[in-house]
Write a protein that binds this ligand. Structure first.
Ligand code: GRF
Length: 219
């Protein structure tokens, strides 16, 4: 089976992108990092990707101003130029329009630092602490036009410790993100996480442990 060609979209640090690039370095992994694309040229992750031999590109969003769709048409063209099969959002700080989401329907996934549908949007760790939840985590999901919504592929939970700072909690969740994103991309690339009726219908071969990581740091 040919390997899925990943287009990984970043805006900054790119640690999730790095986790995907590391996973794809294994010839047995079902996907290749075909392109790392940033919407700003100072995205730190670009250098990491280039140092590992992954093609990189910048489609700057700024010059497009408020015309989101024009920016996305440029983005879309660049992804197609690299024959991308699956688009992975990895800290890409732009809301995508229904047009782009429609172009890539069920071939566009995101990682979000909360157990969706709780804590959509920004500042998830601070909000989790403020609400006093006992468990927090992250979700990999197919993207829909509504923010942080779409069929859920995999989730990981981590405990919230009573004395946690926002940074400590963020670090614990991030470690889980780096495990669960490559795992979820594997399932999608292998065709084992199809969307049926707006839910992911996992293939019977998928074990519970693959898509519901519990407390990975302390496992
Ligand atoms: C991650 O927490 C991810 O879940 C969120 O943005 C952050 C990006 O971090 N969407 P990085 O750039 O992958 O290090």
């Amino acid at each position: 089976m040919s390997r899925a060609r990943l287009g990984i979209l970043i805006s900054g640090r790119g640690s999730n992108m790095a986790a995907l690039v590391a996973a794809a370095a294994d010839p047995a992994y079902p996907a290749d990092a075909a392109l790392v694309l940033a919407n700003r040229d100072d995205a730190a992750g670009l250098q990491h990707a280039a140092a590992r031999g992954v093609p990189t590109a910048v489609v700057a969003s700024k010059p497009f101003g408020k015309d989101r769709e024009a920016f996305e048409r440029a983005l879309d063209a660049r992804l197609r130029q690299s024959s991308v099969d699956l688009v992975c959002l990895a800290g890409f700080m732009r809301l995508l329009t229904p047009w782009f989401v429609g172009q890539w329907r069920d071939r566009l996934i995101n990682i979000h630092p909360s157990i969706l549908p709780a804590f959509k949007g920004l500042d998830t760790h601070a909000r989790a602490l403020a609400d006093g939840v006992r468990w927090h985590g992250c979700t990999v999901h197919y993207v829909r036009a509504e923010m942080d919504a779409g069929p859920i592929i995999a989730q990981a939970v981590v405990p919230v410790h009573p004395d946690d700072t926002e940074q400590q909690l963020a670090d614990r969740v991030l470690a889980a993100e780096h495990r669960i994103y490559p795992m979820a991309v594997r399932l999608v690339a292998e065709g084992r996480a199809p969307v049926i009726g707006e839910r992911v219908a996992l293939h019977p071969s998928v074990s519970v442990q693959e898509t519901t990581l519990t407390n990975p740091q302390e496992a």
